[in-house]
Design a protein around this ligand. Structure first.
Ligand code: BGC
Length: 728
């Protein structure tokens, strides 16, 4: 059994600093150039890291996914480390490693903790098999500004949904590896939606909105937490003693280790906070950041000369060593490469990804029940738009180790399920991706403009293809790396000529289905008024096209619900469901002169092939004590001739109290499959944990004695209002 105290007693200051350092280990594809802003010398980087391994001065590496390479580097580390301390390998396992699941915002749209947990357990199983011990995930940052590209990585706007999704992901990951919820805290509220820009959030918003998913992730057992890049209320988050010591450890009892975001410790100098790298390291360490993630030249290498107290350094090293012990790395540091291949090829993983894509799609509109398509009565389908047959875009952002050959596009999926004629025309060039991305260096966003693409002729061909078909399926959305990190937008319009393409297809008179491939709400005002069926398929992953075909042809019903409020236009941002009011709801002042005050689609919205009705809502007791729990139940009826899943949502509204409370707050949900022509009873508890909130006046959590309205429905737009419940 490894004795951490003995190790600490034997280690030199430089070795301790090394354990607190995590290096990027980059091997870029041949010919690729590193993003200049990273300050990375591609040739020098691996040499410098291997030299640190040889000196026993590196605790962890990231960005290596090949099991043979992981074993090689582990051997180097163990040969260089006089105490036999193995390396920890971390990586961005965001929505799958080899088997790519729908992007995280899509998984959240399933409102289904079971499939979310299963998905991350699959990702973790693949990761562990290749030798990765730790995922920099889940991203549990609340996102209320869709200009911010990282909205795709989280669970959307709501703290309750965010907390349930965070916990489910952590449970999934931690079956095999360490989960690292990120980026603590408030990172999603960047000014103007510009990534890394400063964040100014009141304590009321932090405690009530931005912190709950982190707390839930920690309660679910997350072994790591990552810092955030930006300034939070004037202090760089990465050097915030309040965040990492007072809140995370002291208030929540977090017992794992904290890692900085990439280069965030070095950047304390750029913030104008630390005077030099030595002070940067000392201040981050003292704040509570155990490990520095560094692209090159780590600040923590200077810890031995810094003012950092030796006992604080020891406490941080202890956390890192404990994580290695818990993972069993001292006993078994290597991976079995053959087994890794078998795990990566497991067909059960593909099946889980397909199921996840089915459950995450959101049916936004379905006039005259155009969907599901009746395959038997159709002889031809036109599949249009460049995203319909783009494997990379189908996978979405934050993928590195995918297998393009086995990625099923929408076109592939439709071809495999439909026996009639399928005609494909992109209409506009796939290569309309002039958007430079920092992920270009991994080959992820390579311009793919086919040489000699004749824009006008291709556009006309797509329209003619639509005109000649019984149904047109147009895939619209954003290209893979227009969304994600450092991918903010000032507009939510469909890029390129996609709207024009959609309009021209609808004008042919052929019934049209729009499939939206996205990770944030886009400006679909025209489509919402003119395209009869709109299905949000997100970036659906490896099995995406197969799942989309299952949904289009009615093999399964869509059951996803929006995890964010979908604004009409960028000018309405931010727009959320759980807002407060100061005037009667019909007061005109909340309106814009030039736009409605309502969203295009509300939070929780999502249609079904089932026909759901909600019966009377009952509350088991009209009055409860402060710490009491009531039980709410509602009948959900499906009048359709087919079974379908519905996400039943419960919202609370507190009528009066010691603070103004939101018009509604999500406080429960259940995904249930309701058989054809039947009724189920769904029950929810409402306990003190659902009524408690952080009150800015008393600077603490409170439970008011108050009257509450309870509403249950399939969306925030369709409530059944029940009798009030009071606490007193
Ligand atoms: C991102 C993190 C990510 C890290 C390592 C950073 O730029 O903000 O979310 O885990 O890079 O790739």
């Amino acid at each position: 059994m490894t004795n951490v105290d003995e190790l600490l007693a034997r280690m030199s200051p430089a070795e301790k600093a090394g354990q607190l350092t995590q290096y990027f280990y980059f091997r870029l594809p041949a010919g690729a150039e590193a993003e200049p802003a990273l300050g990375l010398d591609v040739a020098e980087q691996p040499r410098a890291v291997e030299a640190a391994l040889g000196r026993g001065e590196a605790g962890s590496l990231l960005f290596v996914t090949d099991p043979a390479e992981i074993n090689r580097l582990q051997r180097l580390a163990l040969a260089g480390n006089p105490h036999g301390i193995p390396l920890l390998f971390g990586f961005d396992v965001i929505h799958g490693l080899r088997t790519i699941f729908p992007v995280p915002i899509a998984m959240a749209a399933s409102w289904d903790p079971e499939i979310i947990e299963r998905g991350q357990a699959v990702a973790a199983r693949e990761a562990r098999a290749v030798g990765i011990h730790w995922a920099f995930a889940p991203m549990v940052d609340i996102a209320r500004d869709p200009r911010w590209g990282r909205i795709v990585e989280g669970a959307g706007e709501d703290p309750y949904l965010g907390a349930v999704v965070a916990a489910a992901q952590v449970r999934g990951f931690q079956q095999h590896i360490i989960a690292g919820p990120k980026h603590f805290g408030g990172y999603g509220a960047a000014l103007g939606g510009r990534d890394y820009d400063e964040v100014n959030l009141s304590d009321h918003e932090l405690w009530n909105v931005y912190f709950p998913p982190f707390r839930a992730a920690i309660e679910a057992g997350a072994g790591n937490v990552m810092t955030a890049y930006m300034d939070l209320n004037g202090i760089p988050a990465t050097a915030s003693h309040w965040l990492f010591t007072e809140v995370l450890r002291d208030a929540w009892g977090f017992d794992g280790f904290v890692v900085s975001d990439a280069n965030a410790v070095r950047n304390l100098v750029v913030h104008g906070f630390a005077r030099d790298l030595t002070e940067a390291g000392e201040r981050a360490l003292t704040a509570g950041v155990d490990m520095e993630m560094a692209i090159a030249d780590p600040a923590y290498a200077r810890l031995p000369e810094s003012q950092a107290a030796p006992e604080v350094i020891d406490a941080r090293v202890r956390k890192v060593l404990e994580a290695k012990v818990r993972l069993g790395l001292f006993d078994d540091p290597y991976v079995d490469e053959e087994r890794a291949r078998a795990v990566l090829a497991d067909p059960a993983h593909r099946e889980a990804a397909r199921e996840a894509a089915r459950r995450s799609a959101v049916l936004l509109r379905n006039e005259r029940d155009l969907l599901p398509l009746d395959a038997g009565s159709l002889s031809s389908i036109a599949v249009l738009g460049p995203l319909a047959d783009s494997k990379r875009d189908t996978l979405g952002p934050w993928v590195f180790d995918f297998d393009l050959d086995e990625t099923v596009t929408v076109l592939d999926g439709i071809r495999a399920s439909f026996e009639g004629r399928v005609d494909y025309a992109p209409g506009i060039p796939v290569g309309q991706r002039t958007f430079p991305s920092m992920f270009d260096m991994f080959g992820g966003n390579a311009p793919a403009d086919p040489p000699g693409f004749d824009a006008e002729a291709e556009f006309a061909r797509a329209i003619a293809t639509a005109a000649a078909a019984d149904v047109a399926v147009v895939v619209v959305g954003e290209w893979q790396n227009m969304i994600g990190e450092a991918a903010s937008r000032s507009s939510l319009e469909l890029p390129g000529r996609q709207l024009e393409l959609l309009q021209a297809v609808v004008a042919t008179g052929t019934p049209t289905v729009a499939l939206v491939m996205n990770g944030r709400p886009l400006d679909l005002r025209w489509a919402a008024a003119n395209v009869p069926a709109i299905l949000d398929i997100w970036y659906p992953g490896t099995q995406g096209g197969a799942a989309v075909a299952d949904l289009l042809f009615g093999e399964v019903s869509p059951s996803g619900k929006l995890p964010f409020t979908w604004p009409r236009t960028v000018g309405q941002i931010p727009m959320i469901s759980s807002h407060t009011i100061s005037h009667e709801p019909d007061n005109q002042a909340r309106r814009y002169w030039d736009e409605e005050s309502t969203p295009l689609f509300p939070f929780g919205h999502g249609l079904s092939y089932g026909k759901f009705g909600y019966g009377e809502l009952t509350v088991d007791r009209p009055v409860v004590g402060r710490e009491g729990t009531v039980s709410v139940s509602v009948e959900v009826t499906n009048d359709a001739d087919r079974a379908a899943a519905e996400v039943v949502q419960l919202y609370l509204h507190q009528r009066h109290g010691t603070a103004s409370r939101p018009v509604r707050e999500l406080k429960g949900f259940r995904r249930v499959v309701v058989p054809a022509r039947s009724t189920l009873v769904v029950e929810f508890p409402i306990g003190p944990e659902h009524r408690r909130y952080w009150n800015a006046a008393v600077r603490d959590w409170v439970l008011d004695a108050a009257v509450f309205d309870v509403t249950v429905g399939g969306s925030t737009a369709s409530f059944e209002v029940g009798p009030p419940m009071s606490e007193g």
